[in-house]
Design a protein around this ligand. Structure first.
Ligand SMILES: [Zn+2]
Length: 257
């Protein structure tokens, strides 16, 4: 079968081959065996690279669960990702989260398109907007996972949570809580007023509009950490590429008054 695919992970295998995790448009996340991938002359037109979009030809799955990769042709190299550590780190978040959400042999074309779009943003956006790009990806990915947070009413009392309210984000309750309603709620984390307004903005406004401005850096980092923590909770996993920003590790500044 032929499909578009992003390289998410590469493990060397023997002297000349590699086991590669591909995020594909047609069949979700697939682990492939690229025989001879590290030889200078191979049917992959050079070594495979992480974060590159390829057109690939896949064979039939073998007994060990791996799918043979017959050939590949780069469609978009996103070259700045590999020359700029900040862009590479942001791309790693996208590739890791997409790998966690894309299931084996199950097409999720919207999530695949979101991942390609987000890598394009991370490759091309001015540096101050990288964090906004990651927040946008995480917010959209959480929504596509079917576990998106409810962002208007408090999950405990049902009343509106206002933009300036002291709020908590609780994956266990599926969304926001007033600080007073969520006392003692396990796994809930404080959400600043700036963080809440950014989260609402990226969840409701078209992507192009979100990307026209840079989010306040502190709010962007806070929301990245909260959304990553949200995914870790609902997927019961760890997101290693966002480890320094893990849920609850972002210091919370209480709004004045
Ligand atoms: Zn409440």
């Amino acid at each position: 079968m032929n499909t578009d695919a992003l390289v998410a992970r590469i493990h060397e295998f023997g002297e000349t081959s590699a086991v590669v995790s591909l995020l594909t448009a047609e069949c979700g996340c697939v682990r492939v065996m690229a025989k001879g991938a590290k030889r200078l002359k191979n049917s992959f037109l050079g070594p495979l690279d992480k974060g590159v979009l390829y057109r690939v030809r896949l064979g039939r799955r073998s007994g060990d669960g791996l799918v043979p990769l017959h050939s590949s042709r780069a469609r978009e190299t996103f070259s700045r990702l590999r020359s700029d550590p900040a862009r590479f780190a942001a791309a790693n978040v996208i590739l890791e989260v997409a790998s966690l959400l894309l299931r084996d042999n199950e097409p999720q074309p919207e999530l695949f398109r979101l991942s390609v779009f987000s890598l394009k943003v991370i490759d091309r956006a001015p540096e101050p907007r990288l964090d906004t790009g990651v927040v946008l990806f995480l917010a959209r990915a959480v929504g596509l996972s079917g576990h998106g947070p409810v962002l208007d009413a408090c999950a405990a009392c049902g009343e509106l949570v206002g933009d300036g309210d002291d709020a908590l984000l609780s994956p266990a309750r599926g969304g926001l809580l007033h600080r007073a309603c969520g006392r003692g709620e396990p796994a809930s984390r404080p959400l600043s007023a700036d963080g809440l307004s950014l989260l609402r903005h990226v969840s409701s406004v078209p992507a192009a509009e979100v990307l026209e401005s840079s989010a306040p850096p502190r709010a962007a980092r806070e929301v990245q950490g909260l959304l990553a923590g949200w995914l870790e909770y609902v997927l019961e996993c760890r997101i290693r590429s966002l480890r320094p920003l893990r849920y609850g590790e972002v210091p919370h500044s209480r709004p004045a008054g």
